[in-house]
Design a protein around this ligand. Structure first.
Ligand SMILES: *[C@@H]1O[C@H](CO)[C@@H](O)[C@H](O)[C@H]1NC(C)=O
Ligand SMILES: *[C@@H]1O[C@H](CO)[C@@H](O)[C@H](O)[C@H]1NC(C)=O
Ligand SMILES: *[C@@H]1O[C@H](CO)[C@@H](O)[C@H](O)[C@H]1NC(C)=O
Ligand SMILES: *[C@@H]1O[C@H](CO)[C@@H](O)[C@H](O)[C@H]1NC(C)=O
Length: 387
């Protein structure tokens, strides 16, 4: 820049007279000195400023990082609000070890210092699509704030719900899941752990894409939240499909007398969910010694919870399943099966214990329903299910 400036002045010099030339050259040398000084000062100033900027912003970044580690959000107008707010996005980059560790943070003071509305977490373990979602949408409508939804599809599946759907953005990070294997229990624990990140979730219901609700939300919520027990199926079955699946190498953690069987489709409260996700005692035993034909998803949680907290279990499931047709898979109902009489038959006239009283209401959900059942289900849902 300086070189350029001088060159330009030389060009002007040649066209000037001698008298003006001397005055001018003196003038120019002063000007050059002047510019040089300004330049120096400016340079020095910039240098100091940039040094300070680095120090200031570096420090500020560090402070920000430090404070975000202390508080889950930077909104300090309402600190407690920040701590109890559920994650805004369900997708995260935590692996199972990290997720389970995070999910098992639990308060030791049992009274909440704020008005906590306990929510029902509906956890869908699916292969991909949810063909019966229009029925579920109808079931959930008008009950916002009382439920949350989590969907675990096969990895790579991208659900395509519209923004107005209750299923929009409710997919969690998933992994390959095989029927009857430990990866199935891993997926169930993953669903529980993800749902536990929302502190207001108090009850956790496991469902599949073939499940439907057979009562309206009001009844489902009341039935589950007023129960003294969690609805985990758990019974001692003699014979090859019960005790026959037990492996003596599970001792001493699990004895034959403690061995239980139960439906995979459970409802547990937060305390039980915590026990399932934190377990490191029974998990390795079941992983090693309960492989097909021992179907681990029918034994692991029922056995483990019966050992730890038998007094908290209703020992029955809320999900109706029809095993009467025999074989390893239950009956699937399609379009032709659906009628009011059909549901009267499978749901009515059955007695079960609810808080030590015999009641006629035993099931809140039912399976398995094929996609073809959707239309007839939608047309009788109000009359038969009350929604
Ligand atoms: C999760 O990541 C941590 C840190 O990279 C690693 O130590 C741990 O084994 C990982 N857990 C799983 C289940 O992959
Ligand atoms: C997703 O939805 C959009 C618009 O509703 C539709 O055009 C598209 O075909 C859908 N994709 C899949 C994979 O279903
Ligand atoms: C469930 O079974 C356990 C033992 O397996 C028992 O202690 C508990 O009382 C049962 N629950 C109910 C509600 O009867
Ligand atoms: C739910 O179902 C019950 C019984 O079927 C009915 O009395 C109640 O009005 C229904 N609630 C709503 C909100 O529809």
């Amino acid at each position: 820049m300086q070189a350029n400036l001088m060159n330009g002045e030389h060009g002007k010099d040649t066209v000037s007279s001698t008298t003006t030339r001397t005055i001018q050259s003196k003038c120019w040398s002063f000007k050059i000195l002047y510019f040089f000084l300004i330049f120096m000062v400016l340079g020095l100033g910039l240098c100091i400023l940039s040094l300070n900027m680095i120090r200031y912003f570096g420090l500020r970044n560090m402070v920000l990082k430090e404070s975000s580690r202390l508080e889950p959000c930077t909104d300090d107008t309402n600190i407690l609000e920040c701590w109890i707010r559920p994650p805004s996005k369900l997708m995260h980059n935590m692996n199972d070890s990290e997720l389970f560790w995070r999910a098992t943070f639990a308060p030791r003071i049992k009274e909440y210092p704020y008005k906590r509305v306990p929510k029902l977490a509906f956890m869908f373990l699916t292969r991909g699509p949810l063909p019966l979602s229009p029925l579920w949408e109808r079931f959930f409508r008008g009950n916002e704030g009382l439920y949350s939804i989590y969907v675990h599809p096969l990895p790579g599946y991208q659900a395509n719900f519209s923004r107005s759907s209750v299923f929009y953005g409710r997919q969690i990070p998933s992994q390959v899941t095989e029927w009857g294997k430990m990866s199935m229990c891993d997926a169930e624990r993953r669903l529980l752990a993800n749902a536990m990140l929302d502190l207001s979730n108090e009850y956790f219901v496991l469902l599949s894409e073939a499940c439907i609700p057979v009562r309206n939300f009001t009844i489902v919520y009341r039935y589950i939240s007023k129960s003294h027990y969690s609805f985990m199926g758990s019974y001692d079955e003699r014979g090859p499909y019960g005790r026959g699946r037990y492996d003596k190498r599970m001792e001493p953690e699990v004895t034959l007398e403690q061995w239980r069987k139960g439906s995979q489709w459970f409802e547990v409260n937060r305390e039980l969910a915590l026990r399932i996700v934190e377990d490191r005692v029974y998990y390795p035993k079941f992983k090693e010694f309960c492989k097909p034909a021992c179907y681990v998803d029918e034994h692991y949680f029922p056995t483990m919870l019966t050992i730890q907290v038998p007094h908290m279990l209703a020992n029955r499931t809320l999900t109706y399943t029809d095993w009467s047709r025999g074989g390893p898979h239950p009956a699937t109902y399609g379009k032709k099966d659906i009628s009011k009489e059909f549901f009267d038959k499978i749901l009515g006239r059955k007695l079960c214990f609810y808080n030590h009283r015999l009641v006629f209401l035993c099931h809140l959900f039912a399976r398995k329903f094929a996609p073809s059942a959707l239309e007839p289900l939608l047309s009788l849902s109000y009359e038969v299910f009350g929604y």
